[in-house]
Structure formats: structure tokens, C-alpha cells
Design a protein around this ligand. Structure first.
Ligand SMILES: NC(=O)c1ccc[n+]([C@@H]2O[C@H](COP(=O)([O-])OP(=O)(O)OC[C@H]3O[C@@H](n4cnc5c(N)ncnc54)[C@H](OP(=O)(O)O)[C@@H]3O)[C@@H](O)[C@H]2O)c1
Length: 162
């Protein structure tokens, strides 16, 4: 006799993303490429973005795909509002929907408060505005579809160390 309720989900089901579409920015990078692969392995159709359309397509082509699973590449730059909007629309046009957003794209910046330039600091903040705008587009898209969505924002422990 089992004490597990029939409604209880299984561990593999908890991580199964079959039928979901995940949009991940900065997918050509160190963490982005690993996370894109993990999303594809979990069954999601993955839309990878890069500031270069060619790079995005190359990364998408390298992702593992089972039968019926499709991955796409879109061009998207967090520092440009028009690019965020066209990149998100391109993702929806190509994949049909976006259920999961991973805000990950970011230019590495190793400066501290004593050496960072005004323009470096400004770009850092604009990139954050890019995360916000993409999150808002994902929210609006989910509300229109009347379905839930998941939004993940990459941060850093250095945000609290300072
Ligand atoms: N690695 C770590 O140990 C670590 C630690 C703490 C936090 N993080 C955070 O994790 C995220 C990824 O880090 P990572 O180490 O994987 O960095 P990474 O290897 O430099 O990759 C970041 C990717 O972001 C993309 N990117 C750069 N500027 C962009 C922009 N303006 N708009 C859209 N995409 C842009 C680049 O792709 P394209 O050139 O193809 O556009 C790049 O491949 C970042 O947000 C970073 O702050 C990383």
C-alpha cells in the first residue's frame, strides 16, 4: 500500500519542460550556454539570444533536440529598447510563445567603485533596464495568453559584498 497521494507529482515531472518555450539572453556566454543546454535537456524549446543573429543561430543549432523539439536564435541587445522589443517579438514569431524568461546577458565588468567609469556604470544600469523591459514583455505576453510564466534574473553575490 502506498502513502503517496495519486495527485503527487514525480521528481522527473517537476523538472520536465516539454511543451514550454524558454527565452534566454546572453546564451553564447559561460553560464548562458550551460543553462540553454540544461533547458533543452529538460525538454523545452529554447530561444537563445545574442547581440549577433549569426551567433544566436549557431548556439541554437548546437543544442540537443529530441523529436518535435525546436530551438531558435534571435538578435537582442539589452542596451537598446527597440532591439529588446524586436528580439522578443522575433522569439514569439519563431517559437509561438514564451513561457520562461532567463535574463542573463551582461557585459562583464570587473571594476570597483573607485575605478569604474561613468559610461561603464551607465551601461550597467541600462542593462538592468533591459532586464526590466524583457520581464515586462514576458508578463504582458503571459497575461494576454492567460497562462503562468516564469522569470529568472541573474544577479551576483558581489551585489551584496560591496
Ligand atoms: N560567471 C560567474 O561567475 C558569474 C558570477 C556572478 C554573476 N554572473 C552573472 O551571470 C550572467 C552571465 O555571466 P557569464 O559569466 O556567463 O558572462 P559571459 O560569459 O560574459 O556571457 C554573457 C553574455 O551576455 C551577452 N551580452 C553582453 N552584453 C549584452 C547586452 N548588452 N545585451 C544582451 N546580451 C549581452 C554576451 O553575448 P553576445 O556577445 O553573444 O551578445 C555574452 O556571451 C551575467 O549577468 C553575470 O553578471 C556570473
Amino acid at each position: 500500500m502506498s502513502f503517496i497521494p495519486e495527485s503527487e507529482t514525480t521528481a522527473p515531472n517537476l523538472f520536465d519542460l516539454t511543451g514550454k518555450v524558454a527565452l534566454i539572453s546572453g546564451a553564447s556566454g559561460f553560464l548562458g550556454s550551460a543553462m540553454s543546454r540544461a533547458l533543452a535537456e529538460a525538454g523545452a524549446n529554447v530561444v537563445v539570444s545574442s547581440r549577433s543573429a549569426e551567433t544566436a543561430q549557431k548556439v541554437a543549432n548546437q543544442l540537443p533536440a529530441k523529436e518535435g523539439q525546436n530551438h531558435f536564435g534571435v538578435e537582442l541587445n539589452h542596451l537598446e529598447e527597440s532591439s529588446i522589443h524586436s528580439g522578443f517579438q522575433d522569439a514569439v514569431d519563431k517559437a509561438g510563445q514564451v513561457d520562461i524568461l532567463i535574463n542573463n546577458g551582461h557585459a562583464p565588468l570587473g571594476e570597483d567603485w573607485k575605478s569604474v567609469t561613468f559610461d561603464q556604470f551607465k551601461d550597467h544600469q541600462i542593462n538592468l533596464a533591459g532586464y526590466f523591459e524583457l520581464s515586462r514583455l514576458t508578463y504582458q505576453h503571459a497575461v494576454e495568453r492567460k497562462v503562468p510564466a516564469s522569470i529568472v534574473l541573474l544577479g551576483s553575490m558581489y551585489g551584496v559584498v560591496g
